[in-house]
Structures are given as structure tokens and as C-alpha cells.
Design a protein around this ligand. Structure first.
Ligand code: PEP
Length: 263
């Protein structure tokens, strides 16, 4: 039996003060006895305050990215060891934005190389998180042009193979996968629930092939891409969709609580 999970990815939004206010409102709206697992991934700076605020609740604090080395000459980076000190439970890796793949691009095309996360670096990040017993939330998904070219399955299979290479089946038990079609992220274009289910089932099948059927059946697979309270119930009722990774809508505490309740 897979427990439902809803993750809020705040991206580069909310100062520490704004983060505290948002969480205080969210906690008032969400059912404290809910059986749904909830993780909020604020900007790094807000993690310590949110950890304190949420200490006696069922809501966990996550992070949006991590660097794979424990420490060293890596200017601007944050390690799993540093996140562990603040009891961070889950960390997003391979998000399309950290891969430099945007559904809606508002920055100049020639800045994309700045992001440039690869299958190899995602694999290193996952290993660093597992070493610290933290759960990676691995995002996979195709762009609009890859979908139009009929490459959705091939792209996702490659992303899974690269990110999960060298891992043991046992290491996958705490790992979460998220199907995030790039064309649906921050665009308002949600993937049709039947199609999201089809791709999530495909992802479960690939994990079964790469590891084993039991791990695949226990794995939580989330859908992400313009999830709102108006579409979450239908998405989350699909048999292979175990919850959501929510960007924009997680910034509104009332809307986010409705999404959590729909799970
Ligand atoms: C995301 O950032 O993972 C995401 C799904 O964003 P949004 O919900 O805004 O599309």
C-alpha cells in the first residue's frame, strides 16, 4: 500500500518572513490527522525556520537541489550533510529547471548552459542523498518537441537509466519518482489524467525491468505540471499516480491545502 505524497516546490519564491507566514496559514488549513504525507521544499534559507515551525506536525521540510560532494571548494553549493543537520527529509533532483529544460522560457536562450544538470550529476546527487538516508525525488519528463516527435518513452527511459545506474533495488525504497512533462510545468497546460496515468505506469514498468517488480510496486510516483485543486482529485485518483509535485499552486497556502486534501 503506497501512502499518498504531496510535495510543494516553492522554487525561488518567498523570503524567510514570507515562508513563515505561508506555512502558518497552511498549517491552519490542512487536516493535522491527514494520512497524506506532505513535504514543503522552500528556498534553502527558509529551511531552518520551517523545520522549527513544523517540528510537531506531520509536514516535512525538503530541499530543491543538492550538491554531491560532502564539502570542499564548490562555491555556492549546498551538500546533503548540510541539509541533514536541519532534518531535511526529501530533496528534488533532476527537476527540468535544474536540467536547463524549460516549458516556458523567460530568460535568454544562451543562459541555459548555466543550469545544465546531466544524468551523471543527477546520479551522483542521488547517491549522496541515499548515503545520508534522505529521500531523492527524481523528476523525469519530456519536452513538447520530444513528445511531438514520439520520443516520450525513450527520453524517460534514458533519464531513469542514467539517474538510477549503479543503485541497488533496496536503495530505491525511499526514493520517489515524479513524472513532470516539461511542457506542463508552469505553463497552465496540465497533462490529461489518462495520459499522465499511462506515462506513470510506463515509469513503474521501467523500474520493474531495471530493478524488480516488488520495488516498482512499492515506489511512489508523483505527477507534476500545473497541478491545481481543480484537477488534482482526478489526477491523484489514477492507479499509478501516488500524489503530486506542485510548483506554482503550492505558493498559495489555501490552494495547496485543497490539493493536499484532494489526495
Ligand atoms: C514543478 O516545479 O515541479 C511544477 C510542477 O511546477 P508547476 O506546478 O508550477 O507547473
Amino acid at each position: 500500500m503506497r501512502t499518498r505524497l504531496v510535495v510543494g516546490n516553492w522554487k525561488m519564491n518567498n523570503t524567510v518572513t514570507e515562508s513563515v507566514a505561508a506555512v502558518e496559514t497552511f498549517v491552519q488549513h490542512v487536516d493535522a490527522k491527514s494520512s497524506v504525507d506532505v513535504v514543503i521544499c522552500p528556498p534553502y534559507l527558509a529551511i531552518p525556520r520551517l523545520r522549527d515551525l513544523l517540528r510537531n506536525t506531520h509536514i516535512k521540510v525538503g530541499a530543491q537541489d543538492v550538491f554531491w560532494a560532502e564539502s570542499g571548494a564548490f562555491t555556492g553549493k549546498v551538500s546533503a550533510k548540510m541539509l541533514d543537520e536541519f532534518c531535511v527529509s526529501h530533496v528534488i533532483v533532476g527537476h527540468s529547471e535544474t536540467r536547463g529544460r524549460f516549458g516556458k522560457l523567460e530568460t535568454p536562450e544562451n543562459t541555459l548552459g548555466y543550469f545544465a544538470e546531466s544524468g551523471a550529476t543527477i546520479n551522483l546527487k542521488i547517491s549522496a542523498l541515499l548515503y545520508r538516508a534522505m529521500s531523492p525525488i527524481l523528476c523525469v519528463g519530456e519536452t513538447a518537441s520530444e513528445r511531438e516527435a514520439g520520443q516520450t518513452e525513450a527520453v524517460i527511459r534514458t533519464q531513469l537509466e542514467e539517474a538510477l545506474t549503479g543503485l541497488d533495488a533496496a536503495e530505491l525504497y525511499g526514493t520517489v519518482l515524479a513524472y513532470e512533462p516539461v511542457w506542463a510545468i508552469g505553463t497552465g497546460n496540465t497533462c490529461d489524467s489518462a495520459e499522465a496515468q499511462r506515462v506513470c505506469k510506463f515509469i513503474r514498468g521501467v523500474v520493474g525491468e531495471l530493478f524488480d517488480e516488488h520495488v516498482a510496486s512499492e515506489l511512489r510516483i508523483l505527477y507534476g505540471g500545473s497541478v491545481k485543486s481543480s484537477n488534482s482529485r482526478e489526477l491523484f485518483s489514477q492507479p499509478d499516480i501516488d500524489g503530486g509535485l506542485v510548483g506554482g499552486a503550492s505558493l498559495d497556502p489555501t490552494e495547496f491545502s485543497l490539493i493536499v486534501m484532494s489526495a
